[in-house]
Design a protein around this ligand. Structure first.
Ligand code: ZN
Length: 228
């Protein structure tokens, strides 16, 4: 088990890209993990290589892509089916894949076990979490305990964005990598639920109207406003 090595859950979105930069700033060796679970739009997966290519390479290890078809098969959500994004009866948006982050972190730990990586870094955030219960800090902490017991390891789960606003996440990127990293996040990460890569905004590509674009745009406005 390498004490100074990390596995980053890297979807290709803004949050996980910032987490990747955060991990490269702290750990001597960093590997990345993405999941293909039949997302309706594969844009996020497609931008992962482009973003990784902008990072200094000395500490950046291999990328892993795991197929989790079963997750898509059991999900009735707007991300995996051709359905409009809306709020469901339980107050959760229908983009919610039940337990998705629990599944992701469990597979991440299994891979980290095999790769000898002690630290697992993920972009869950309770501040703008859209009500997703598996993004909550308590869920992550409980899962760390369960994974360590169940795998007889001492993994440390890091969620550097947990208490940050979306504006703070842009500011963190600037702190970590200056204007170059902010530009890389704008150009080579993807957040839009509709998979739109044709409309370019100051904050990056997207339809500009879906809930994910809305959050990203508001965060950018908050970030820019504070810099003026
Ligand atoms: Zn959008």
């Amino acid at each position: 088990m390498m004490d100074d090595a990390a596995l980053v859950l890297f979807s290709g979105g803004q949050d996980s890209a910032t987490c990747l930069a955060w991990a490269l700033d702290r750990f001597a060796h960093v590997e990345t993990l993405g999941f293909d679970y039949g997302q309706r739009h594969r844009v996020e997966l497609d931008v992962r290589d482009a973003f990784r290519a902008t990072l200094p390479g000395a500490r950046l290890g291999p990328d892993h892509l795991l197929r989790l078809d079963a997750l898509g098969a059991i999900s009735e959500t707007a991300l995996t089916r051709e359905a409009a994004i809306a709020m469901g009866a339980e107050g959760l948006p229908n983009t919610f894949v039940p337990g998705r982050n629990i599944v992701f972190l469990t597979f991440a730990a299994a891979l980290a076990y095999r790769r000898g990586l002690k630290h697992i870094v993920a972009g869950m955030c309770e501040t703008d979490y859209s009500g997703y219960p598996d993004c909550r800090d308590d869920t992550i902490k409980a899962l760390q305990v369960a994974l360590n017991l169940g795998m007889e390891r001492r993994f440390v789960l890091h969620t550097p964005l947990m208490w940050l606003t979306k504006g703070d996440t842009w500011r963190l990127a600037e702190t970590l990598g200056g204007a170059a990293l902010v530009r890389a996040v704008v150009e080579h990460t993807h957040t839009c639920y509709l998979g739109d890569r044709t409309h370019r905004h100051p904050w990056g590509y997207g339809c500009g109207t879906c809930p994910a674009c809305d959050l990203r745009a508001k965060g950018w406005q908050d970030y820019v406003a504070e810099r003026l």
